[in-house]
Structure formats: structure tokens, C-alpha cells
Design a protein around this ligand. Structure first.
Ligand code: SF4
Ligand code: SF4
Length: 62
């Protein structure tokens, strides 16, 4: 599993960046990046996102 962002829903409020204790989310202007190596999938960001832009999904097989 991994946390993903729906860029069409994200309003760049920064709420997920603030709540993530693991420094896994970075927001630079309008580019939201989730570092799945740092993310422990606590799902806090998914719960806090006011836009419903974050979701967990299976990692795609490469
Ligand atoms: S699920 Fe938890 S650890 Fe992962 S990005 Fe969201 S808040 Fe950070
Ligand atoms: S909390 Fe949701 S809307 Fe706000 S920056 Fe994060 S993903 Fe975007």
C-alpha cells in the first residue's frame, strides 16, 4: 500500500504536510510529493485532507 494524491482534488492547503510526523510529504507551490520510503502509512494525512485528495492504493508492480 502507498499513499497517493489526486492532483485534481488537492487545493494545496498544506494540512497533510503539517500532520505528517515522518516528513514524508513535501509541498512546493503546487507540487505535492509523497515519499513512500518515509511514509509508514499511518493514514493521518488521508483523514485530515479537507479535499479528499489523498488515498491509499496498492503499489504498482514495476
Ligand atoms: S500516511 Fe502518515 S506517514 Fe504516510 S504520508 Fe500520510 S501522514 Fe505521513
Ligand atoms: S491536505 Fe489534501 S488538499 Fe491539503 S495539501 Fe494535502 S493533499 Fe492537498
Amino acid at each position: 500500500m502507498a499513499v497517493n494524491v489526486d492532483v485534481n482534488k488537492c487545493c494545496y492547503c498544506g494540512g497533510c504536510v503539517s500532520i505528517c510526523k515522518y516528513d514524508a510529504i513535501t509541498l512546493k507551490e503546487t507540487v505535492l510529493t509523497i515519499d513512500n520510503n518515509k511514509c509508514i502509512e499511518c493514514n493521518l494525512c488521508v483523514e485530515v485532507c479537507p479535499a479528499g485528495a489523498l488515498f491509499t492504493a496498492e503499489k504498482e508492480e514495476i
